[in-house]
Design a protein around this ligand. Structure first.
Ligand code: BTN
Length: 326
């Protein structure tokens, strides 16, 4: 952890209490003057830190920004996810940045956040609108030991992790729509874009890209999206801490990724099924230029959707655009 991450971590662990400059200096192995200089820099970023000559330093308030040191400090220890966190003020797409990191040989678990994306993309070539400071736009580099056809397990793990983190931080119970959407009252609040680089029988790496609308107000959405999109703020009627949410998601993802890697995908799938708004419904699935219709019955071992078609066959669907039908 960097010095700033260690300072923020110590201040957060003290809660309402204070940490003395002497303690920090001893713990971090740097002078009290150096601690003071870092505190000043953190204040410039917007961290409200009280300094009292007798008690020491106390964290009063966080700014609403994503700061890599702060995210590391909040996250604490995880097995894989988040051991390397990078934040860009603006980039084209975090999935592209992570793709470059993957090609450069960076270890799995690296996470790239952007405050804003200029070319955020969704599934099926759609645009993903990613305004500055309003949501969480990030991508995670994974190198799972999976066959390409099993990669949907990663999307399913991403969706269950998102579900739990949203529940924990915002107190909301979302619906999951296969394969990658998180809905609230029928409106989309988050989506997952899983991209991979694979050989015929082996995944080289997976990029799990997450877009989560957090603090937009209804009017922040372009008119054409207002009926289909929502944010956590619209749903809870209060702003939600993006940093707290981001670290909750990474922690939950660490847990589900471990389950996938240890052969316990069935547990993740069971949990996903509990929250799924698609199963048991009559759906239409657009796959390229054909549409399959039928009843969504279950997930299979790879995370594919099993669809009982109008003709009574059980079809295994690995991707597509699902619409619920009456
Ligand atoms: C979808 O629902 O179609 C998936 C949306 C995924 C958007 C995220 S935002 C971070 C990452 N970077 C991108 O360009 N896309 C994903």
């Amino acid at each position: 952890m960097t010095t700033d991450a260690q300072i923020l971590s110590a201040l957060r662990s003290a809660g309402e209490g204070a940490v003395s400059g002497a303690d920090l200096s001893q713990k971090l192995g740097i002078s009290r003057a150096a601690i003071w200089a870092r505190i000043e820099e953190l204040r410039k970023l917007g961290y409200e830190i009280e300094a009292s000559p007798h008690l020491g330093y106390r964290l009063l308030n966080d700014p609403d920004l994503l700061n890599a040191d702060d995210l590391l400090a909040r996250l604490g220890r995880t097995t894989v996810i988040g051991r390397d966190i990078r934040v860009f003020q603006q980039t084209n797409s975090t999935n592209d940045i992570v793709d470059k990191l993957a090609r450069d040989g960076v270890k799995e678990g690296a996470v790239v956040f952007a405050e804003a994306q200029t070319k955020g993309r969704g599934r099926l070539g759609r645009q993903w609108i990613s305004p500055a400071g309003k949501g969480l736009w990030f991508s995670v580099l994974l190198r799972p030991d999976l066959r390409p056809q099993e990669a949907t397990r990663i999307t399913i793990a991403g969706a269950t992790a998102l579900w739990r983190a949203i529940h924990e931080v915002a107190g909301l119970r979302a619906d999951v729509k296969w394969p990658n959407d998180i809905l609230m009252n029928g409106r989309k609040v988050a989506g997952i874009l899983t991209e991979m680089n694979a050989e015929l029988d082996h995944v080289k790496y997976v990029i799990l890209g997450v877009g989560l609308d957090v603090n937009q107000t209804a009017t922040d959405f372009p008119a054409e999206l207002r009926r289909v999109a929502t944010s956590l703020r619209v749903e809870t009627r209060r702003p939600v801490s993006r940093a707290e949410l981001a670290t909750a998601i990474l922690r939950e993802l660490d847990r589900d990724y471990r389950r996938v890697c240890q052969g316990a995908f069935a547990e993740v799938a069971d949990e996903w099924e509990e929250h799924c708004a698609t199963l048991g419904q009559q759906v239409g699935i657009n796959i390229g230029n054909r549409t399959l219709r039928g009843r969504a019955e279950a997930l299979d071992d790879d995370g594919a959707l099993l669809l009982r078609t109008e003709h009574g066959h059980l079809e295994r669907v690995i991707g597509g655009d699902v619409t619920l039908e009456k």
